[in-house]
Design a protein. Structure first.
Length: 290
């Protein structure tokens, strides 16, 4: 798959969210309920909700009927929104991993691939975009001890495919703060952990990557609520998204006040952690102890 194809597929998720938000604004501006909107396209209120959140694909006929209901008669505006619907339905590369990929995670992969800035805080293990193949294999195996070997290999392959975003032509800026706990907790044997630490030292030198370690010695810190990911996009119409992964689902937060709280936490974590050069020294020290 070329970088252009990958970018287009990721962008389809963004377009789906943009289209959904525009349809929501049009509906609310006309004072039309989700129930009434659903009735107009022979669908449920919950489907309208999923459409407006960008969680489902769009049928051209449904979009046309909704635009008519919302009083959008200008051909130029209708054409623009219908074009957005067509672009939003481009299948992403990750759909080929649908057999091992939870539906709630597919949206995240699309957003991750379309982001211009990715900020993460991790405490349990090294973030997926920074994992070596051996470490990823150990993490997946530990998390799914009864999974068939083929499923484990597929999940690891998916993780490695995601990592290509960091070295693509349109690579995002990536800023990670890893709690020291994520580096000391062993996944795999000694060789696996040594390889992972060496990889972190190496990738932290990449110009688009900022890697910091929050050391135990600092004590309590701003990341008390646990791991999170923040995604920012080049499209001005798309707000930042905070991704919170749970055991069987995930939360996507985009309300300005909620996102702002996580942004402040990330800023404090960055301020209180050793800078990237000092963090590399900390990683080298951990490598000697492993």
């Amino acid at each position: 798959m070329t970088a252009v194809e990958s970018s287009g597929a990721s962008g389809s998720v963004v377009r789906r969210i943009l289209l959904g938000s525009q349809l929501r604004r049009l509906r609310e501006s006309r004072g039309i309920t989700r129930e009434a909107a659903g009735y107009s396209i022979r669908a449920s209120e919950s489907k309208i909700s999923r459409m407006e959140l960008g969680r489902v694909s769009f049928k051209a006929r449904d979009v046309e009927d909704l635009l008519t209901l919302y009083g959008v008669s200008d051909e130029s505006e209708r054409g623009s929104l219908l074009g957005l619907a067509r672009e939003a339905n481009v299948a992403g590369w990750w759909h080929s991993f649908g057999d091992v990929l939870p539906g709630w995670f597919q949206t995240y992969i699309g957003l991750e691939g379309a982001a211009s800035l990715i900020r993460v805080y991790e405490v349990q293990f090294v973030h997926g975009l920074l994992q070596t193949e051996a470490y990823a294999h150990a993490v997946v195996t530990r998390g799914m001890p009864d999974a068939p070997r083929a499923d484990v290999e597929r999940r690891v392959a998916l993780r490695l495919e995601r990592q290509k975003v960091l070295v693509s032509e349109r690579a995002p800026r990536f800023h990670a703060v890893l709690d020291e706990a994520s580096l000391r907790r062993p996944y795999g044997d000694r060789a696996v952990m040594q390889g992972q630490l060496r990889h972190l030292i190496e990738i932290s030198e990449h110009p688009n990557v900022t890697l910091q370690v929050m050391p135990f010695s600092y004590g309590g810190h701003a990341g008390e609520s646990g791991a999170f990911t923040m995604l920012s996009f080049p499209e001005s119409d798309l707000s930042d998204v905070v991704y919170l992964e749970q055991l069987t689902s995930a939360l996507y937060l985009d309300k300005r006040e909620e996102v702002a709280q996580y942004a402040r936490v990330m800023e404090r974590l960055a301020e209180d952690s050793p800078d990237p050069a000092e963090s590399r020294d900390l990683l080298r020290g951990l490598l000697q102890l492993t």
